[in-house]
Design a protein around this ligand. Structure first.
Ligand SMILES: NC(=O)c1ccc[n+]([C@@H]2O[C@H](COP(=O)([O-])OP(=O)(O)OC[C@H]3O[C@@H](n4cnc5c(N)ncnc54)[C@H](O)[C@@H]3O)[C@@H](O)[C@H]2O)c1
Length: 383
């Protein structure tokens, strides 16, 4: 018998029972659910990561849908329990869903929602922030000031890297990787090298047009190159940012791939894309190599030694943490679950979700993004 978990209940007499495994930012998502006759139960347990047993206890005997988090293990056990409880909808409050066994969800006919289109710029901005923090040694310099060590300007004090005219490398030039590339190219006039399984045509066109604009203004034009391998990017770029999805085909940045002595590596995708033990060794051996990490291989833990590295900037998985994005993620996740419960069809373009985020109007009667909609044969919205 699973231990009961603490909850907060909204609209106790609502017809549909919806669970949120965490309190989420904003109130719009709550209002949207309760206005549509949902009884909403929000888990208020103090522990950061809920276990499968905790979530089983939340689901109970009757549950129409669950909004969950990327830290939870959504597999066979939870989807079979949700299905037994009459549930047909789950949504991650995240774009990535490597914590979800979609095949298990398919087996039980549960729709799996995610939340693209609202975190692209916010995540790219953190990758850009980490790139700058690493390049200009911001965290080391801040610690130095606070420790009262500053005795006056010195020619060698915290000398870092100039980005202008250098090469930015992007591995995984999808939504976030392309947005990050544009920021670095437009902001710092960097050249681009990228690696992706697919050609990033829009990004290439942007760099070409921006290069022509710079040239016409009498400035050095920026250039782009599509690399044949991830290794080529790691070899040639001065700043490399990792933005692929996490799956078994993405090779990790490991000892063989990390050889540059002075580059900057940024990871705002998923922790296992970097072999963190190899990274710590590389950072130790190459003090001019710097890294900015938002995600970790064994999250929430860091591999031994990483926390002692002055050439590492580390933040706790906050890439999507802007108020607008986090409230938007909550809204999209709630609307995925609500839409499936109400029998709505699936929005045609999950990357274009502004219609769902405009707080001054009612959202469309559709699920913003269901990753297994094709497998489940869900109809696509004509709205
Ligand atoms: N740190 C955070 O808080 C945070 C926030 C949002 C997204 N993410 C992560 O960022 C990543 C990218 O998200 P997105 O929305 O840009 O996804 P996306 O699907 O738009 O882009 C991913 C890109 O990776 C490419 N890709 C797939 N396999 C590859 C391989 N083997 N080698 C090279 N490229 C490959 C794809 O072709 C695609 O262009 C995901 O892993 C997501 O989970 C992290």
């Amino acid at each position: 018998m699973a231990k009961p978990v603490q909850i907060e209940v909204w609209n106790p007499n609502g017809k549909y029972r919806v669970i949120s495994t965490k309190s989420m930012p904003g109130t719009r998502w709550i209002n949207l659910l309760i206005e549509q006759d949902c009884r909403l139960e929000i888990c208020t347990e103090k522990k950061t990561i809920l276990s499968v047993e905790d979530i089983l206890a939340l689901i109970g005997d009757r549950c129409d849908g669950v909004i969950g988090q990327l830290t939870e293990d959504w597999g066979e056990t939870l989807f079979s329990a949700l299905s037994r409880a009459g549930g047909k909808a789950f949504s991650n409050m995240a774009v990535g869903y490597n914590n979800v066994d979609v095949e298990a969800a398919n087996k039980y006919g549960v729709a799996v929602g995610n939340t693209p289109g609202v975190l692209t710029e916010t995540t790219a901005e953190l990758a850009a922030s980490l790139s700058l923090a690493a390049a200009r040694r911001i965290v080391e310099a801040d610690e130095f000031m606070r420790a009262g060590k500053y005795e006056g300007w010195l020619p060698h004090l915290f000398v870092g890297n100039l980005l202008k005219g250098q090469t930015v490398g992007v591995i995984g030039a999808g939504r976030i990787g392309s947005a990050y590339a544009r920021m670095m190219i437009e902001g710092f006039k960097m050249n681009l090298i990228y690696y992706d399984l697919y050609q990033a045509t829009r990004l290439e066109k942007f760099v070409t047009a921006y290069g022509q604009f710079l040239k016409a203004s009498g400035e050095q034009p920026v250039t782009w190159k599509r690399a044949a391998s991830m290794e080529e990017v790691l070899r040639e770029a001065d700043v490399i940012s990792l933005h692929p999805i996490l799956d078994k085909h993405v090779p990790p940045c490991n000892k063989e791939r990390l050889h540059d002595e002075r580059a900057i590596l940024v990871n705002c995708s998923r922790g296992p894309v970097v072999d963190e033990v190899a990274l710590v060794e590389h950072l130790r051996e190459n003090p001019m190599f710097r890294v900015g990490l938002d995600v970790f291989e064994d999250e929430p833990y860091m591999k031994p030694g990483l926390a002692d590295m002055k050439n590492a900037v580390v933040v706790p998985h906050i890439a999507s943490a802007s108020k607008w994005t986090r409230e938007g993620l909550a809204t999209l996740a709630a609307l995925n679950v609500l839409g499936k419960i109400k029998g709505y069809s699936v929005w045609g373009n999950p990357n274009s979700v502004d219609a769902f985020l405009n707080g001054s109007s009612q959202p469309p009667a559709a699920c913003p993004s269901i990753v297994n909609s094709k497998t489940l044969g869900l109809p696509v919205s004509k709205l």
